[in-house]
Design a protein. Structure first.
Length: 124
């Protein structure tokens, strides 16, 4: 990118590169305006791999674990308990962005899981 591209077309101030949500581009702080804007997709969003998660559960689930599982599997507490009693695997699959969120949730409630293929992204 040449220097002229980094100047605000309105006031001539040097613009700053910014990412906000799904927008990236040159931003003029004087005018509070975007100059060159493109849509930003993170590596997670561009990853088209289908990941499969197998959630490892023990018989005694803590309330927060039950709550998290209920939300991510779209099952009620009774259905989850039944699946665990019957030793049915709790699995779900999805693209990197969704799986990344799920892994964050699982980690936050201390639930172990296996991911196939191994999840490559660094989760922050
Ligand atoms: Zn400006």
């Amino acid at each position: 990118m040449t220097a002229s591209n980094n100047l605000c077309s309105t006031c001539g101030t040097i613009t700053q590169y910014r990412i906000e949500g799904r927008i990236q581009g040159q931003y003029c702080e004087i005018c509070s305006a975007w100059q060159v804007v493109t849509t930003y997709f993170s590596a997670l969003e561009l990853d088209q791999t289908l990941y499969r998660l197998k959630i490892m559960v023990e018989h005694r689930l803590k309330p927060e674990q039950l709550k998290a599982l209920s939300a991510m599997l779209n099952l009620n507490y009774l259905e989850i308990r039944r699946a665990i009693d019957q030793q049915k695997p709790l699995t779900l699959s999805g693209k990197a962005k969704d799986i990344g969120e799920t892994i964050k949730t699982l980690t936050s409630v201390n639930l172990a899981f296996e991911c196939q293929p191994p999840f490559p992204q660094i989760i922050d």
